[in-house]
Design a protein around this ligand. Structure first.
Ligand code: GDP
Length: 424
């Protein structure tokens, strides 16, 4: 049984928490796309953790956690995260890494930074984790798969070939020092030593896992609106954030993905540049940011304050649709307990016309939110375990949004901890 846990909007919906919870009954959790550029915050019996590359099943000894071939593998970062959780008392997680995953190179981070500097006020708001240069290289066929780190002459030869173009760009575009081939060779060989104990033939591993009926969770990073095809291009990420891509990035047959659990947050937040129709500002935004998530809405990777907004039915319905959602996990609902009234965005007004359909980026930038105001419930709903015990206005909020999403909300999350969950 393969299930995907993915995000509906800009990311930070609480996928890590939902995956950590579902991992209690899973055999394998796979990261299938993205890299260390976003974080999952997880609160469980071991404490509070910000994971960037480690799959969120890492706190469950019953789970094998895989870095799939679709991931941008930052080797020192992965090793650092493993040692970090172990040093905080978590039993050493079972980690395996696809031999076909590609390696994030030290220069990918440099190129990310140099390009944002060159763009200056036109920059993308990159986390500077090297993701865009990494995926550009992957599809330009000058990336390095993990198995290549174990070669000697062939590795050196490839390094020299790749550095030819990299050094031309460094010198002439960015005016930065060239990369030395011998030094890079040494670094990559040391990466090889670090990653060797984890490397497996992931194609065979996943094939056998599916065949023997294992429960497999595909863990997405970011969300639909950051997908390079269906998101707010070009203000997106560089690898597909959709459950469908799990078939590629984890190597499972597409028809085996039976459940697509899309995580939807009870209000909106976003990081980076790009259109955000239901965005709010000033004191209203500051208060939601301060109260949001678990200890405020600040990026888990960068610490940047997140942009805040009301729930966006148009974006979230579209986000669920492009994921192929079978069930929604509705998260961070407890945070809204302070509001007398809760505005939600139910339509976009573009050039004088109101639409419920999510448009392409050009039109999106012109969209103004059409807001509907719902009554708040003015109580703390943390600790409630049964759906019927939620205040009426809170259930009305959930059910209003469920209707708008056009897919069933089956899980409601009312606190950051693993078992702050209501099954609907
Ligand atoms: P992810 O990348 O989708 O896993 O999301 P993040 O971890 O970046 O952001 C979600 C934040 O919300 C984290 O700080 C979580 O601990 C927190 N969180 C998740 N679910 C809930 C919830 O139901 N209530 C509250 N208050 N916080 C939550």
């Amino acid at each position: 049984m393969v299930k995907a846990v993915v995000g509906a909007c800009w990311g930070d919906e609480g996928k890590g928490k939902i995956t950590d919870m579902l991992a209690e009954d899973a055999d394998i959790v796979v990261r299938f796309q993205g890299g260390a550029n976003a974080g999952h915050t997880i609160v469980n019996d071991y404490g509070k953790f910000a994971l960037h590359l480690l799959p969120s099943g890492s706190f469950n000894q019953n789970v094998t956690n895989m870095i799939g071939n679709g991931v941008a593998l930052d080797i020192p970062q992965l090793i650092k995260e493993i040692e970090d959780v172990v040093s905080k008392g978590v039993p050493r997680p079972n980690i395996v890494v696809s031999e076909r995953a590609q390696v994030l190179m030290p220069y990918h981070k440099d190129f990310d930074k140099f390009e944002e500097e060159r763009l200056s006020d036109r920059q993308f708001g990159s986390t500077k984790s090297g993701i865009a240069p990494f995926f550009s290289d992957k599809f330009s066929k000058i990336g390095f798969q993990v198995w290549e780190l174990f070669q000697e002459e062939e590795l050196m030869e490839k390094i020299k070939n790749v550095l030819e173009i990299k050094n031309l760009i460094l010198e002439h575009v960015y005016h930065k020092p060239a990369i030395d081939a011998d030094e890079l060779y040494k670094t990559l060989r040391s990466y090889g030593e670090m990653i060797k104990p984890y490397v497996i033939d992931s194609v065979k591993f996943m094939h056998e896992a599916v065949k023997s009926g294992k429960t497999i969770l595909l863990e997405g990073q970011l969300g639909s609106l950051k997908d390079p095809d269906f998101g707010i291009y070009p203000m997106t990420t560089s690898s597909s954030t959709l459950a469908g891509y799990g078939a590629i990035g984890a190597c499972v047959p597409p028809y085996e993905i039976k459940e697509i659990i899309t995580v939807v947050k009870a209000y909106s937040s976003a990081v980076g540049a790009g259109a955000f129709v239901s965005e709010i500002f000033g004191e209203e935004a500051d208060e939601l940011r301060r109260r949001g998530g678990d200890g405020g809405e600040y990026g888990a990777t960068t610490g940047r304050p997140r942009r805040m907004g009301w729930f966006d039915c148009v974006a979230s319905r579209y986000g669920c649709m492009v994921q192929g959602t079978t069930a929604v996990a509705f998260t961070v609902l407890d945070v809204l307990g302070y509001l007398d009234e809760i505005p939600v965005c139910v339509g976009y007004e573009i050039d004088g016309e109101v639409t419920r359909d999510f448009p392409t980026t050009g039109k999106l930038e012109k969209a103004k939110p059409v807001l509907k105001v719902l009554p708040g419930w003015k109580t703390d709903i943390r600790g409630i375990k049964k759906y019927e015990d939620l205040p009426e206005n809170c259930r009305n909020y959930i059910e209003f949004i469920e209707k708008e999403l056009e897919v069933p909300i089956k899980i409601v999350s009312n606190g950051p901890a693993r078992h702050d969950i209501i099954m609907k």
